[in-house]
Design a protein around this ligand. Structure first.
Ligand SMILES: [Zn+2]
Ligand SMILES: [Zn+2]
Length: 191
């Protein structure tokens, strides 16, 4: 009998239903996480409210995942059962010209979170390819998994600040208070 798990499954624009789905098996050479916490990104709102998958439903989103390894098919230390991990939403190939020149953000062979079911579920699996590529980070025991889901937004912000060249004791002006949903209903609610 196939085991089941709870998941928030998207069936179309604005149609997300919470229910039972089959629990995924551990991929060859990969690992399974029991999701401890998952961030809700601005892109999730956009993806969940539009036809973001061009009719390819059902699908499980959720890409800011912190979870504990509960099954593994690799001997690599990082992926052993019990490890608490943060998994970055994308994994660059580290082989193409862009990756090798230090611009993995331009990778032509990137593994993107939309290519496999995400973390709005009790369990999420990763393949051998993710084990090889990495972009997975151990979370220290005792750290709050909810806070750890902010690792990716934090890294984006940190990279921006580094690129702009702002440092300690600089005076800066922040224009605008971050992204705002462009949907008419939200604009009204935000007024
Ligand atoms: Zn995100
Ligand atoms: Zn690459």
């Amino acid at each position: 009998m196939t085991e089941s798990m709870n998941a928030a499954v998207m069936y179309g624009p604005g149609d997300v239903r919470f229910g039972d789905v089959p629990r995924p098996a551990c991929p060859e050479g990969g690992f399974v996480l029991k999701v401890e916490a998952v961030g809700l990104c601005g892109s999730d709102i956009r993806n969940l409210t539009t036809d973001s998958r061009s009719g390819q439903y059902p699908f499980i989103y959720g890409h800011e995942v912190v979870g504990r390894v509960v099954e593994t098919d690799t001997t690599e230390e990082l992926y052993q059962v019990g490890r608490l991990l943060y998994v970055y939403p994308e994994a660059a190939c580290l082989k193409c010209e862009f990756c090798r020149s230090g611009h993995s953000e331009q990778c032509i062979n990137v593994e993107h979170y939309t290519e496999h079911p995400g973390g709005f579920a009790q369990y999420i699996t990763y393949t051998r390819s993710r084990v090889e590529r990495g972009a997975v980070y151990p979370i220290p025991e005792g750290a709050d998994p909810v806070l750890a889901t902010l690792a990716e937004p934090l890294s984006s912000t940190y990279a921006c600040i580094e690129n702009v060249g702002v440092g300690l004791h600089d005076t800066v002006a922040i224009i605008g208070a971050g992204p705002r949903c462009s949907r008419r209903a939200c604009r009204r609610a935000n007024r």
